[in-house]
Design a protein around this ligand. Structure first.
Ligand SMILES: C[S@@+](CC[C@H](N)C(=O)[O-])C[C@H]1O[C@@H](n2cnc3c(N)ncnc32)[C@H](O)[C@@H]1O
Length: 146
């Protein structure tokens, strides 16, 4: 699952989530597996086409390093900001750059976020209360749309 965009607490509470996945075959697989609980959108998290200020949270897990360039990553942050309601949360996790991480992505897109730069990048997208934590080769973040 790629970028999840949620109305309130998704799934368990009966609310719907929307998942944006750019790979067509994967989007179809997600649709058949989770289509009863989520709407799967075959598209790009940097340009979802979803309504503005309509969602309570956006989450990205193990995904940002697959977004090909820092400017496109910044577009994705801006898109997360756009679709969130005031008070909405943008959260995620991803690997931190390392030689093993690079080897695991040999011949694959690998553009890991620099956790030192992430707070400023999220602030530039408009987020406040940005928290970034790095632990055991992983980073996770949480930020709020004011
Ligand atoms: C390593 S998988 C992670 C899958 C899942 N989130 C997990 O943690 O198991 C990365 C996913 O991000 C998706 N992805 C890459 N670029 C994307 C983008 N611009 N918008 C949304 N999803 C994207 C890929 O197609 C892939 O499904």
């Amino acid at each position: 699952m790629a970028m999840n965009i949620c109305h309130r607490l998704c799934c368990s509470s009966g609310y719907w989530a929307k998942t944006v996945e750019p790979q067509g075959a994967l989007a179809q697989r997600l649709q058949s597996k989770y289509g009863d609980r989520a709407r799967i959108i075959h598209g790009d998290g940097a340009d979802t086409g979803l309504p503005t200020a309509d969602f309570s949270s956006v989450v990205c897990f193990t995904m940002m390093h697959h977004v090909p360039t820092p400017p496109v990553q910044n577009q994705l942050f801006a898109e997360a900001f756009r679709v969130l309601q005031p008070g909405g949360i943008f959260a995620g996790s991803d690997g931190v750059d390392s030689i093993p991480f690079r080897i695991a992505h040999f011949r694959d897109t690998c553009n890991p976020l620099d956790p030192q730069l992430l707070p400023d990048r999220l602030a530039r997208a408009g987020f406040v209360d940005v928290e970034v934590e790095v632990k055991h080769g992983e980073q996770r973040w949480r930020a709020v749309k004011p």
